[in-house]
Design a protein around this ligand. Structure first.
Ligand SMILES: [Zn+2]
Length: 165
């Protein structure tokens, strides 16, 4: 269970645990924007389960335009599928191998299964006759927040729409 945390300006900040969200609301640091199903109860209080909350005070956060490139985030971007055989992809493959001048950037990495990664080695795709199923792209917008969260709450969608949309 997670709660979307909005800045005082209504911009999404991050996704936090429901427990943390309740603590913020009870401490008068945040207000409930959208309630989920159910109630949070403690001996002294009862509160609708927060789905979206908004901070009372504006916090300035360093703008984070892209998701950090690591194995966990890459596997999440690629849906856990190997870019070559669609098997279980849980290793990082550099499309243009680093030994051949390939960079460690989102547009040059894909999730790959161990056998494909091992078989590919230091070779280029055309040397193997392999093709990518999709062109690797840099995750943009608010999507990075949701990586690792799993299910997202439909109530979040209006806050997570791309800027200007
Ligand atoms: Zn594979």
């Amino acid at each position: 269970m997670h709660t979307l945390l909005l800045n005082a300006s209504y911009e999404p900040l991050t996704v936090i645990s429901v427990h943390r969200a309740v603590v913020l609301v009870l401490a008068d640091k945040a207000d409930l924007v959208a309630a989920g199903e159910g109630h949070f109860r403690s001996p002294s209080t009862s509160l609708p389960t927060p789905s979206v909350i908004r901070l009372r005070g504006f916090v300035r956060v360093p703008y984070r335009s892209t998701l950090p490139l690591n194995r966990r985030n890459l596997v999440a971007r690629d849906g856990g599928r190997c870019a070559y055989c669609t098997g279980r992809g849980d290793t990082v493959d550099h499309v243009v191998p680093r030994s051949r001048g390939g960079e460690h950037v989102w547009t040059n990495v894909v999730a790959a299964c161990q056998p494909c990664n091992g078989h590919k080695g230091d070779r280029l795709l055309h040397e193997l006759g392999w093709k990518l199923r999709a062109t690797p792209a840099t995750p943009k917008g608010w999507s990075w927040m949701l990586v690792g969260v799993g299910t997202t709450d439909p109530a979040w969608s209006e806050w997570l729409a791309p800027a200007g949309a």
